[in-house]
Design a protein around this ligand. Sequence first.
Ligand SMILES: Nc1ncnc2c1ncn2[C@@H]1O[C@H](COP(=O)(O)OP(=O)(O)OP(=O)(O)O)[C@@H](O)[C@H]1O
Ligand SMILES: [Mg+2]
Length: 273
Amino acid sequence: MSNQPTNLAKIELPGIRNVLAVASGKGGVGKSTVSANLAMALALQGAKVGLMDADIYGPSIPLMFGVNEPIDQAITALPLDRHGIKLMSMGFLVPPSKAVIWRGPMIHRALTQFLTQIPWGDLDYLVIDLPPGTGDAQLTLTQTVPLTAAIVVTTPQEVSLIDARKGLQMFEEVRVPVLGIIENMSFFQGDDGKRYEPFGSGGGQRLATQAGVPFLGQIPIHQQVAQSGDAGLPIVASDPESQSSKAFQELAGRVRKDLASFQNPIKLPTLDL
Ligand SMILES: Nc1ncnc2c1ncn2[C@@H]1O[C@H](COP(=O)(O)OP(=O)(O)OP(=O)(O)O)[C@@H](O)[C@H]1O
Ligand SMILES: [Mg+2]
């Protein structure tokens, strides 16, 4: 199969003002954690937010929002509402233990249905947690969904940076603007008060500089980030004063500002020559 973009028809999403993809080339770098906390932080800042889990094979959003088994659609309407966020995930339909073995076109159809048949209503932001990788599934998705912009998650490690670069190239190919790179698992503060950087230092910033995209900041490693994710309430809501929560809140503020400038591009003064 070719990795070249084709002319797929874009889905129309009236009522959703901004669609933001959270992506990375590499798995396990924290896309779902960033998506969940960014969505939560945007909601806490007063926005109407939806979060769509586009990871059909390994959905994480149900666990991160405390939905531990498929829902009964006869009783509970989709999208689910948790902590004021509208949520949709394959994990609401299929038990997490049953890996979904689907081919590309079926995944495409499922995601299209998530977008078009779920009554999202009026949203300021729809955050989309993309599956890892930059293969056909991701490419199709980025071409079908009317993405306003994307952010790319990386860790400071070289293996992660290489794949993040591929993620950036993918968005360039499909002409989706990248708001910038967010570096996750950047450092932790030891009991001795010192800063430790187990995955290296400055990788996200370097990649951003090389790629000519903004660097959106660093999210520290914190046990509670993982624990809160597993417990069904993202850390920005469970412990808003933590260093990690503050980093996610800052990221949300930056995303809002940058997306607003897309809607109202700065008008250059006309020169009277
Ligand atoms: N800043 C952090 N501090 C501590 N743990 C973290 C942090 N970010 C993510 N984690 C943990 O790392 C693991 C991987 O994170 P996550 O599931 O968000 O990654 P992902 O990129 O979505 O993975 P996948 O590619 O499988 O979808 C999870 O257990 C999560 O709780
Ligand atoms: Mg994930």
